[in-house]
Each structure stands twice: as C-alpha cells, then as structure tokens.
Design a protein around this ligand. Structure first.
Ligand code: NI
Ligand code: MN
Length: 226
C-alpha cells in the first residue's frame, strides 16, 4: 500500500486506485511549508475529530477535489453547513463499505470541539479493512482498553498512532497500544509539530525496537510502500 505523510497526523493511502486522505492539516503547519496544499489529491477524506490540527484544510481540499468526507455525525452536519455536501456520517461502533474497503469507526478517548466553537461530537479512530491490507488509525487518543477489541475485527498490517504525549499517547503507551491491537508495525504521528509534543525520534525508535516492534517515521512529503 502506498502511504504518503504530510506532517502532523495528515497522511494518505492509495487503495484500489482511490486516494484516501486523513486529517488534513498542511497549510497551517510550519513543518509542512514545502507542501502545496493545492497539489493534494483525494477521493476520500477521513476526519478523526474536529480539532483544527486535524481539519484545517478539509473544507478547501474537499471543495477543490469533490472528495467524499467521512466523519462523525456532528462534523458531517458542520461540513454540510460550510458548503461541503459530499459527506458520509458515521459514529462509534459502526462500519460502512466504501469503494476501497470497509471503514469501522472505533472509540478514541479525546475531545472534538470544532474551530468555530460548534459541538464536534465524539472523536473517532478507524479500522480500514481492504484487499491491500488492514490498518488502524487511532486518531488523537489516550491508551484505552477498548483497543483490545480491534484484533477481533481485523488482523492489522500496520497502525498509525500518535506518539507525541501531552494531548495523546506517549511512546510507551503507543507501544502498549501496539500490543493491545496485535500489530508490530507502527507509523508514528502527532509529534514535533508544536512545543508540547516534541520527541526524541531515535529514542522512540529504539524503544519500539526493544519491544520487538518497528516505528516508521516517514519524512514530511515522503511516500513509502507499506
Ligand atoms: Ni485533537
Ligand atoms: Mn491533535
């Protein structure tokens, strides 16, 4: 599966020729200044929650590309009010079959207020089940025992997990999460973007290695085969 990293928690995967973009936050991210947000293509945009560092570019990319935006009910309504009609609402525990595969919305322990103060519903994580492989994107979350349910829904090829601490799991908790979800390959996100979430990348990778797992930290703008 082709995996492109755009900084913070923004990434895309290509499955069955469809480009699926997660949590677009590019034009407001100083670390991603080399990326032209107008060059980002998307057939689908999946949003984990309403915080600006996950949706700041969602409306503009959705309007330009016509991508279908998948988000919780409240964010779906907010997008419709803001001129994005092509949306698909979901909520915790539900799944839906899209062209590229199945998306199951799962628990994330976080918050989800929208940038203009609107109520943003509950945050979500997602399990993506596809012919190209299955993966879990936890969204912003703390470590939660609910993660132990995930292997009963899908055998994961990889997981995309926050590792920056302060707002989300730290490195140690993301390693415990990887145990809960029975997955040994993790792409780390939600680190280094702001002062609160700076990490030591080498220490993070050796901590994963000591636990028998690998932590991938693609460069911003890099595309890897995963
Ligand atoms: Ni957040
Ligand atoms: Mn965040």
């Amino acid at each position: 599966m082709e995996f492109s990293y755009y900084g913070h928690s923004c990434f895309s995967v290509t499955i069955k020729g469809k480009k699926i973009l997660f949590d677009p936050f590019i034009s407001f991210n100083d670390l991603a200044s080399a990326i032209d947000v107008n060059s980002i293509e998307a057939d689908y945009i999946i949003l984990s929650h309403g915080h600006a560092d996950h949706i700041a570019d969602a409306i503009s990319i959705a309007k330009r590309t016509g991508a279908k935006v998948v988000a919780n009910w409240e964010i779906h309504e907010w997008l419709n009010k803001n001129g994005v009609p092509n949306t698909h609402p979901m909520n915790t525990g539900g799944k839906w079959v899209f062209e590229f595969g199945t998306v199951k919305a799962v628990v994330a322990q976080h918050s989800s207020g929208l940038p203009d103060g609107s109520y943003g519903g509950n945050p979500l994580g997602f399990v993506i089940i596809s012919e190209a492989g299955n993966f879990y994107y936890s969204g912003d979350t703390g470590l939660t025992l609910d993660m132990q349910l995930i292997p009963s829904w899908a055998k994961l090829h990889f997981a995309v997990l926050p590792i920056g601490d302060n707002f989300t799991m730290d490195i140690a908790d993301s390693i415990r999460c990887a145990d809960f979800i029975a997955c040994n390959m993790v792409v780390g996100v939600h680190y280094n973007t702001f002062g609160f979430i700076k990490i030591d990348e080498e220490a993070a990778q050796s901590a994963f290695k000591s636990a028998g797992k690998s932590l991938l930290l693609p460069r911003i703008g890099e595309t890897i085969e995963i």
